[in-house]
Design a binder for this molecule. Structure first.
Ligand code: NAP
Length: 300
């Protein structure tokens, strides 16, 4: 995002302390935008500490805190979303939080919202995570706001939860566990490209939804072996029947242990997660980067 290309805006970033948020905030500041970071009282602000930003403390479950945070903003980038239920439910955060943000934006007259949905979600999806993400998107579509919805596939980059978990599995096991037959396809996107798309969405035509995927479509088996190869590790795969993986995850949850992979995640891991790469090009003006160009950057 160069300074000359974009109109400068005052933008609130929710989820500013998360994987995408930390990168988004830094990139927006570098591009000259005025950034306010929405964070919880418990959030770790260290990754944002060296940046010229202001902060707004709150919680998407508390409507008043969002109302104060959006005052005077030209845009909001909404990155809050949960993949696991810890202190709050999917419904509360992925749907209720969006409704609270919509109310706050309507009241303050914020002209534009960039909302992070997720690829492969729908209101009829078997998992609650995916259903709530889909309903969260619908909140904007049913409003009269200028929204841009981005639906990323799996975003890869250093510090990302998914990235770190899969790399840890590959480091730990000579025969890396893969749920199911490993023939379902994914189309991962590099964190740098996801951030470029979010920046572009600030100025893109409104009331539109874009899929964010990289150009490479590969099976889970091929993906895991590519990662292992990139790490210089010789690995084989161990296919775990989906039913067994679900049972282990459920037993863990029953005895109060947080599972390495939740039942909802297991479901996602067995389905194709692919999209239309040309949408990235339409939004950003350039194609997303092929896997071979960014893979080495996962292993600094
Ligand atoms: N990463 C991916 O591969 C991927 C793929 C598809 C879609 N997405 C979507 O992209 C968005 C960002 O993902 P991410 O990977 O950056 O997520 P993340 O690393 O888990 O970050 C989530 C952020 O939301 C904040 N948050 C959670 N509950 C909150 C609440 N009740 N009130 C205020 N803030 C709250 C967290 O704050 P704390 O720091 O206090 O915990 C954190 O800043 C999400 O909507 C996600 O569904 C991500």
């Amino acid at each position: 995002m160069s300074r000359s290309r974009w109109r400068l805006v005052r933008v609130l970033v929710t989820g500013s302390t998360g994987f995408l948020g930390r990168h988004v905030v830094r990139t927006l500041v570098d591009a000259g935008h005025t950034v306010r970071c929405f964070h919880r009282p418990t959030s770790d602000l260290a990754p944002l500490a060296d940046l010229a930003v202001t902060f707004a403390e709150g919680d998407v479950l508390v409507p008043g805190s969002l109302k104060a945070a959006v005052e005077g903003m030209d845009a909001v980038i909404h990155l809050v979303g949960i993949l696991r239920e810890r202190e709050s439910t999917f419904e509360e955060v992925n749907v209720g939080g969006v409704r609270h943000l919509l109310e706050a934006c309507e009241r303050a007259g914020v002209p534009r919202v960039v909302h992070l949905g997720a690829l492969g979600t729908s209101e009829r999806h078997p998992t609650r995570y995916a259903r709530t993400k889909a309903v969260g998107e619908k909140v904007w579509r049913e409003s009269d706001r200028e929204y841009v919805i981005l639906r990323p596939s799996v975003v890869l980059g250093p510090g990302g939860d998914f990235t770190e978990r899969i790399l840890a599995l590959i480091r730990r096991y000579r025969r890396v566990p893969v749920v199911g037959k490993g023939q379902n396809q994914i189309q991962p996107i590099w964190i740098g490209d996801a951030i470029r798309a979010i920046g572009a969405a600030l100025q893109a035509p409104g009331r539109r939804t874009w899929e964010l995927v990289g150009p490479d479509r590969l099976t889970w088996d091929a993906f895991v072996l590519r990662l292992a190869g990139g790490m210089g590790l010789s690995r084989r795969l161990r296919h775990i029947p989906a039913g067994l993986a679900r049972a282990v995850s459920s037993v863990g949850a029953l005895v109060g242990r947080e599972p390495t992979v939740t039942r909802d995640e297991l479901f996602f891991l067995q389905r194709d997660l692919v999209g239309r790469a040309e949408q990235f090009q339409d939004l950003v003006g350039e194609p997303s980067a092929p896997l071979e160009t960014w893979l080495p950057r996962l292993f600094p």
